[in-house]
Ligand binder design. Sequence first.
Ligand SMILES: C[S@@+](CC[C@H](N)C(=O)[O-])C[C@H]1O[C@@H](n2cnc3c(N)ncnc32)[C@H](O)[C@@H]1O
Length: 339
Amino acid sequence: MKEIKQSWNDLMDRNEKIYIFGTGVVGQRLLDLIGSAGYTDSFKGFIVSDDRNERMTYGEYPVFSFKDVSEKDALVLVSVSDKYHKDLYDMLKMNGYTNYVNAIEFFMIEGYEKREEDSMEDIVDTSIVLEANEIKARDEIVAFFKKCDLPFDSGKPYQSFPRLGIIGERDTEKRIEMYRLFDYIDEHTELLDIGCNYGFLDMALSSRIKGITALDFSDEMISMAQKVSELLNISNIVFASGDYNEFQKSIPDHSYDAVFSFAVHIWLNISPEEYAAQLFRILRNKGFVFFESQTYLSDSKYGEFCLAIEKKGLEKVFSVLLCDDGKTERKMTVFRKGN
Ligand SMILES: C[S@@+](CC[C@H](N)C(=O)[O-])C[C@H]1O[C@@H](n2cnc3c(N)ncnc32)[C@H](O)[C@@H]1O
């Protein structure tokens, strides 16, 4: 314990500029720790993985996209769960950062642990009237969210789930409506959702679709999504955890009528051409790809991916700009395979 405390102090003393990567519960706790140890002057702000076209704040501090911090030698305390460290380290390295540490271990200092009073009231709209099974499902989500700190969450789950009163960063109902999803999918549609996150979007569609394969990298999120869908008696979603790049190899040709690729392509380490070829391969004739950008203005690859998909012979049939989180404008384009 003492050694860790000592190394924490050394680390803080050695760095005049400190950032925290992540704005979840753990990030907030780290900030408390910095404050209580007297290093507030060195703290410059939070960094997030998403691109934001306008600067946000978290508490009184600025939040920067990882691309926007110019002091690449500043100390970055990475506050996301272990599983994501490697990917994040790779991303930080690729973007020129030279000085970052896994900060989770610092919670051992002075028994600094997540506290019971970490209230999650701000993620639940309790005015929604729920059945007993829905209450269980909602509580499962809240308990999960209290326990985990995932890189795509920033104080709220990434996706909202209106049916259960779960407030998320991204507005699931608005996405369904603005993306006109029900113009393209119906009770005959078999859908693959790449990087489904909590699967709340899929659960919201489940009663009007034949079946969904919902894939995400995160085992924790997938097992939570599985439990929630069981509690809600949803039986037509197969949740799978794993890396898309591996998973896609097991998909037979022409397996799906629709594929969602929402805010995920930059995480897949794949070229536009490869991705387009894979989407083409797994889609049935007359199937649709729904392709959503990161922040539209700074997702420099979005156009290249769209072009590659079109070059593969898929036709652009619809596109829309949406700002469903009040901060980030994203583009979503629907492509159709064949006529
Ligand atoms: C920004 S979130 C978008 C979530 C969801 N598609 C949405 O738009 O609501 C990206 C998601 O992709 C998942 N992800 C990232 N890399 C992945 C990979 N290689 N394979 C599968 N899922 C991945 C993450 O775990 C995360 O849940």
